[in-house]
Design a binder for this molecule. Structure first.
Ligand code: ADP
Ligand code: MG
Length: 358
């Protein structure tokens, strides 16, 4: 069940919300569409769902155009951020709604509803509970059960976890992945949260200003983004000390140094995965800045400006030759603000973009 978007274009009052978006989405892959607020994500989902009409272009399912079909006849279900549950119905009746329309009755219907609620981690104590008496996480579980109940071929998810607290989000993210994979359901999941997109997606689409900026496997796009805009949408970047490339902060390591040399800034501690294989142009740099080499590795001297604990990692702001760089470490840094540090990085981790992309 491949969903094909062909040259989708949509304007509101002369302003382009979607500009010529074309992409093939195989059902076997969980697709995340990631972009900043206002980049056209909801517009795209609403067009696929049939809730909005495109100006140009086409939506096809397995090669058959859906464009003429009204929303209720499309084999897709949309899960919204605000859940859109029936407020006057209990949990079981919310879930039973679609199976009833499909003709299910009596014990068969009851068994189906119980199985669906169990699939999303809601037991029968929720049976008669109305949405207003459920927490945000429980409501989103119920919304997922209701979505699955109609047996859609595709699930469209518009920022489904955005309203939830961080720990709940992680649990529901895993539930979403497990429940949809088990059913082989096609998923197009829209989010502005890079962590959510990177964690969930088999295939990641990066969106900006109504255009598709990049498509690919999440880890590859994160490690080798095609432009600075895509790099920034997927996480933070920091300038390469003494160079004109960029680094992910976790690829810039800092360590205290005295007056002496940078000799102990060995590259051994760098994460080995997520580095680019191509290092052919990794040695070019601006010679006017403070870069040195340790063996064949670049390094620089700087001063710590600030340190912050982010929970699972630490962030250090380092000033090198008048420019501020970010370093993220998996442990507390052995340095304090004002202290002299050495900074080192693996040249294979340097991101370089054509001038017009930077
Ligand atoms: P996202 O979901 O990525 O935040 P949207 O698809 O909601 O972005 O919006 C894309 C752009 O289209 C925005 O500039 C928004 O203001 C505009 N837009 C969306 N829906 C409408 C509408 N019904 N009328 C006018 N402008 C709209
Ligand atoms: Mg939106």
């Amino acid at each position: 069940m491949t969903l094909s978007l062909r040259a989708l274009t949509k304007s509101y009052a002369g302003r382009l919300a979607l500009a010529d978006v074309g992409v093939e989405l195989p059902a076997a892959a969980y697709t995340c569409l990631m972009g900043a607020s206002g980049s056209g994500k909801t517009t795209l989902l609403r067009i696929v769902a049939g809730l909005e009409r495109q100006d140009r272009g086409s939506v096809l399912l397995d090669g058959r155009p859906l464009d003429g079909l009204p929303a209720e006849r499309r084999p897709v279900h949309t899960l919204f951020q605000d859940y859109a549950l029936f407020p006057h119905l209990g949990a079981a009746d919310n879930v039973a709604f679609a199976p009833r329309l499909l003709g299910l009755r009596g014990p068969e219907l009851g068994a189906r509803v119980r199985a669906l609620l169990a699939d999303v981690g809601l037991d029968m104590s929720f049976e008669t509970r109305k949405p207003a008496a459920m927490s945000g996480g429980e409501q989103q579980r119920l919304a997922l059960a209701r979505a699955l109940a109609g047996e859609p071929r595709w699930l469209l998810l518009d920022e489904p976890l955005a309203a939830l607290d961080r720990p709940l989000r992680a649990g529901l993210r895993r539930l979403l992945r497990d429940v949809t994979r088990r059913r082989g359901l096609g998923c197009l999941h829209v989010t502005h949260d890079p962590e959510e997109a990177l964690a969930l997606a088999d295939r990641l689409l990066v969106f900006g200003g109504g255009r598709l900026l990049a498509a690919g496997a999440p880890a590859e796009l994160y490690a080798a983004p095609p432009s600075l805009a895509v790099a920034r949408l997927l996480g933070e970047v920091t300038p390469e000390p003494g160079g004109d490339g960029w680094l992910r902060p976790e690829h810039l390591r800092v360590r205290p140094i005295g007056e002496g040399s940078l000799e102990d800034m060995s590259p051994e501690t760098f994460p080995g995965k997520h580095v680019r294989e191509d290092i052919s142009n990794a040695t070019c740099h601006r010679p006017d800045l403070s870069r040195e080499t340790v063996g064949d590795r670049p390094a620089a001297r700087g001063t710590v400006r600030a340190i912050a604990c982010l929970g699972d990692r630490w962030e250090v702001e380092v000033e090198i030759a008048g420019r501020v760089h970010l370093s993220r470490l998996p442990h507390a840094p052995a340095c304090a603000p004002g202290q002299a540090v050495g900074a080192a990085w693996d040249p294979r981790c340097v991101l370089r973009f054509a001038a017009q992309d930077a």
